[in-house]
Design a binder for this molecule. Structure first.
Ligand code: CS2
Length: 497
């Protein structure tokens, strides 16, 4: 076999034809979009839609400049730079078909921890029209039980003290917008692409809370001028594996960090932009006046469905989401959770049949080629569950609906956080900013089954709701008595024997 060709601009023409390469002149593309958080999801979603658009002949200004805020972004910064910001998107179909597309829409990258000024200047450049974000659910820096901005975060304290050397996304947005206001450059749009209900509204509320502490006039200007469209984003994007890299090498090219994803892709956006936007609707995105029902549906069914399978499956010893769906107990459980707890508290979504939507989720979860690891799904559960699952439990408590399916997941999460092992005693890979705190709270459960609920940042006042604590408390006791989670899932589904 010939040595694999390195992926970069000058080698594009010589890549094997099993790769689709950008059919446009990338040297003409300028970056009016600055994107913070260039992880797998951005690369399989917004950057992909934008690549399709550029290929369709969309305006040349809509390229993307990636931004990484932290030291941990150095690897992607270096890899993309070496590859002239090109990377391969590997789409894995359920029937085994694979499509490889080299994406060309990212044309620059800045690492903020090396060059804060460069990032502020780029965002403040009048040619920048959109600053989009995938900063994860936890990145919005609010306390889920109060919804308030967390001023105790040391990086926020730092940003308030050093406005020109920020570390957080809010510090950068405020610094750039301050500069635009003073130079008369006008506002840009801040476009959240994270799985948070009302993600635009939340971004706005957080940025305003932060900026008011710094400069109330600037906050007022932001409130009036900047736009924050809400959006629903969707594409399952597992962590890239060494095998993915090898699969491309076997085909003849070397990409140090491709991204893999499922074929399904959806983006529903409110049409509310400060200074123009790409015509993403011509490549499949939907613009709607109000995205709320789509967002809620997706977060409460897809993301919560993932978390249900993730936590229960991890304790059981499953490794991936498709392993769970292959196990009829898990498939039935997640579907019943969706039908009897998530759906009753959802508003109808115009043009969408929820039963079809749920069928399609089960099919997507079952894609055997995606191999979406439960360790990715359970990553940062402390910021996911308060957004994906707990609101459904709360709303069912208020309406007198069922809470058993969701409560078992929280009880299982307590055991998972305490023991850190699955039922075979195998150590679980747990990555969570609150890991220690969760572990310490959960460790008190043998004496007090409600001990875990004292983590108020996650559970809020759930510990004061008797209907919840009765159900949850008895589930914790049952799991500590017998950690075989499948038995407890059966009990929820079919009643205790
Ligand atoms: C997952 C999401 O992070 C998670 O727990 O549910 O990453 C999910 O795969 C995407 O939101 C799909 O659009």
């Amino acid at each position: 076999m010939n040595a694999a060709i390195r992926l970069n601009q000058s080698n594009l023409e010589t890549l094997p034809n099993s790769a689709h390469v950008p059919q446009y002149d990338r040297s003409e593309i300028t970056a009016s979009i600055v994107h913070v958080g260039v992880g797998g999801f951005h690369r399989s979603h917004e950057a992909y839609y934008t690549d399709l658009l550029l290929e369709r002949g969309g305006e040349r200004c809509w390229g993307i400049c990636g931004v990484g805020l932290r030291e941990s972004d150095r690897k992607i910064a270096d890899v993309l730079k070496r590859q002239d910001y090109l990377y391969t998107m590997i789409v894995k179909h359920p029937d085994g078909k694979v499509e490889n597309r080299v994406i060309g829409s990212i044309v620059d990258f800045l690492l903020a921890c090396d060059d804060a000024k460069g990032v502020i200047d780029k965002m403040a450049d009048p040619l920048t029209k959109i600053v989009s974000l995938t900063i994860t659910e936890g990145g919005y820096n609010f306390d889920p039980s109060t919804g308030e901005f967390d001023f105790e975060n040391p990086d926020v304290e730092h940003d308030l003290a050093e406005p020109e050397q920020p570390r957080t996304v809010f510090g950068f947005l405020a610094a750039a917008l301050r500069k635009r206001r003073s130079t008369g450059a006008g506002a840009f749009t801040v476009q959240s692409c994270d799985n948070i209900q009302h993600n635009g509204d939340v971004t706005k509320a957080m940025l305003l809370a932060f900026t008011r502490k710094q400069d109330s006039e600037l906050a007022e200007w932001i409130e009036n001028e900047v736009r924050f469209p809400n959006a629903m984003v969707d594409r399952i994007t597992p962590v890239t594996t060494p095998e993915d890299i090898e699969s491309l090498e076997e085909l003849g090219w070397k990409d140090e960090w491709p991204v893999t994803c499922e074929p399904f892709c959806q983006w529903v956006i409110e049409d509310d932009f400060a200074d123009g936007r790409p015509q993403w609707e011509s490549v499949g995105a939907q613009f709607v006046p109000d995205v709320t029902p789509y967002e809620t549906m997706k977060i409460r069914l897809l993301n919560a469905g993932h978390s249900v399978l993730g936590i229960l499956g991890a304790l059981h010893g499953h490794a991936t989401i498709d392993d769970c769906i292959d196990d009829s107990l898990f498939e039935t459980y997640v579907r019943r959770f969706m039908d009897s707890e998530a759906t009753p508290v959802l508003d109808p979504v115009e043009g969408i049949d929820l039963d079809d939507y749920k069928d399609s989720l089960i099919e997507r979860f079952g894609n055997p080629n995606i191999k979406d690891k439960l360790s990715r799904i359970c990553l940062e559960s402390s910021s996911k569950l308060p957004k994906f699952l707990i609101p459904t439990i709360r709303e069912n408590l208020a309406s007198g609906g069922s809470i058993e399916y969701g409560s078992l997941v929280l009880a299982a999460w307590c055991y998972y956080s305490d023991k850190g092992r699955d039922r075979h005693g195998v150590q679980l890979e747990i990555t969570d900013e609150m890991k220690t705190e969760l572990h310490e709270a959960a460790a008190g459960s043998s004496e007090n089954p409600l001990a875990f609920l004292r983590v108020r940042e996650v559970f809020g006042d759930l510990s004061e709701n008797t209907a919840f604590t009765q159900t949850y408390g008895s589930m914790v006791e049952a799991i500590y008595d017998d950690p075989d989670i499948a038995r407890h899932m059966q009990a929820v589904l079919f009643g205790r024997d």
